[in-house]
Write a protein of this length. Structure first.
Length: 287
């Protein structure tokens, strides 16, 4: 008999729950900037639940949408839906559950968050189909994660802020940049199946250039966000360290050698996200 822990582990692997590290710190950026300090335990917990739920929902939609491709791609044949560790029916039910939890968490925050929750659900699910139609799919994914700082701000203060939007634009370009790098692994497969990633449409060399330009834009917007929020040298110290890491991310990859793409994708970007998040939070409390 399969234990609950084993089943939970399968679903956690299905949605790569550890990748929540990419969006969650930026949600906290918006939250702590809006609060100017401690936002309250309830708001912090409700926002965390909402962010984990929407990211899990988006990833589950992606896995279901990509199942026909994942069955054929040698790199993805070990995924849970392909191997049968998680059934399609179970994945659909899990997706619906994540959507419900997200809406309930938004309802626990404020009326504006609740009103916007259906829009976010649609937008978060759209990315999974975008690569069938446009090479801008990476930027669509970026815009989904880019909602994190805005969501964090709205969780505490239900009014839009330029500061949160600037950080959101930074997240958008940062995410698009590393997603382009990740897509370089599947360039031949994507071409064979008419999937329109930037590497498949333009080649790996131009894709690396696209990614670098996206990360230059990200750094600019993160700097503008810190300036608009009146953050101090504390934030900009973390900012500088994260910017250096983004440079390293590109230095360890080349058109001839993509062997370290997973280090670039998860390890470096996980530290970058944590760095920006800590920079803002420490600065807010120090101020």
């Amino acid at each position: 008999m399969t234990s609950c822990a084993t089943v939970a582990g399968r679903y956690a692997r299905l949605v790569k729950i550890e990748h929540s590290v990419f969006a969650l710190p930026f949600a906290y950026v918006g939250l702590f900037l809006a609060a100017g300090g401690w936002p309250g335990t309830w708001t912090l917990v409700a926002l965390t639940v909402a962010m984990v739920a929407i990211r899990s929902y988006a990833m589950a939609v992606n896995r279901l949408a990509d199942l026909p491709f994942d069955r054929e791609n040698p790199r993805t044949r070990g995924r849970e839906l392909v191997t049968g560790e998680v059934g399609v029916g179970g994945a659909v039910a899990f997706t619906a559950l994540c959507a419900v939890v997200f809406v309930l968490a938004c309802a626990g925050l404020n009326a504006l968050c609740l009103a916007l929750s259906p829009v976010v659900l649609v937008w978060a699910g759209l990315y999974s189909f975008a690569k069938r139609f446009t090479w801008l799919c990476h930027f669509l994914l970026g815009s989904v994660l880019g909602l994190a700082p805005v969501a964090g701000w709205l969780a505490f203060d239900p009014s839009f802020s330029v500061r949160a939007v600037l950080f959101g634009l930074g997240v958008t370009f940062w995410t698009a940049g590393f997603d382009i790098l990740y897509a370089c692994q599947d360039v031949e497969f994507d071409r064979e199946h008419d999937l329109r990633s930037i590497p498949a449409c333009f080649g790996i060399g131009p894709a690396l250039a696209f990614s670098s330009l996206a990360h230059v834009n990200a750094v600019i917007f993160f700097a503008l966000g810190g300036w608009a929020a009146g953050l101090s040298w504390i934030y900009f110290t973390f900012f500088a360290a994260s910017a250096v890491l983004l440079c390293v991310e590109h230095l360890i990859l080349s058109e001839e050698d993509l062997s370290r793409v997973n280090v670039s994708f998860f390890t470096i970007n996980g530290v970058v996200a944590a760095g920006f998040g800590l920079g803002v939070i420490v600065d807010v409390f120090a101020g």
